[in-house]
Design a protein around this ligand. Sequence first.
Ligand SMILES: [Zn+2]
Ligand SMILES: [Zn+2]
Length: 284
Amino acid sequence: MDQFYVRLLGTGSPKPNKERSGPAQVIMIDDTPVLVDCGEGVTRQLLYSDINPVDINNVLFTHLHSDHVFGYSHFLLGGWSLGRTKLTIIGPKGLKAFHEKVLDMFEEDIHYRCSALGISGEGLLDVNVIELPDEGGDVPFEGINVNVTYTPVVHNVKTFGFRFQKGGQSIVISGDTAPVDSLVQLAKNADILVQDAAIASSVFNNKSSDSNIRRVWEILKKEHCTPKQAAEIASEAGVKCLVLTHLLPNTDKEEIYKEASEYFNGTVIVGEDLEKINMKSKVF
Ligand SMILES: [Zn+2]
Ligand SMILES: [Zn+2]
């Protein structure tokens, strides 16, 4: 079927949150799902979205922070145990070492499943790992009707933003980032921008009487965006629909919607887990 949309699987952050799973989203390209990040709970969120983890043969990682990879081991082993026989994972340098550590950690378990249960290691022990060069460019995708490009963004570890282009339609995932021009360029005229907007003033701000909150705010502002900054990026890039994500517990949804709407004229969506956002979500 000819379709192109993003489904938010997890709109949360490193802080455990009853309402939000860890950061992850799936881009649906015709009938092929591509996973971006593997936050906590990602495999279950796929099932809730009626996407069989077996059908995910490609995963992109924006970066390797714990909140974006907590769900990987379950996705890797769980999908394999359900019958997945082919997997390519793509991300920044360090991805191969991370993947191998996961295999090491479960070596005994994997050995047991392969030998006692008679399952082949195909799809688990032969995962194709692609580490992308730091400077950005094209993502080497095979057999999928989409063009994917990426750019480095500004975080405290190597982090990429990704743009999916299918014909005249585009979806951009910012990754965790402070405001940066490379992201504005990546998101130029995109239909949908799924954007880090972690620093809600209801949670962290520089006017708090609590010195620790002020201190953390100073750190976070160098590596994440406020809803206002997210809106400025969307506005500058000429994006049609801005989706705010990577939300901390106790974020005031109405407040961040209002803040972003003040600086961006297009559609603003405060992301919710399992929400599907398609090209119709934009304002013409
Ligand atoms: Zn994160
Ligand atoms: Zn991060």
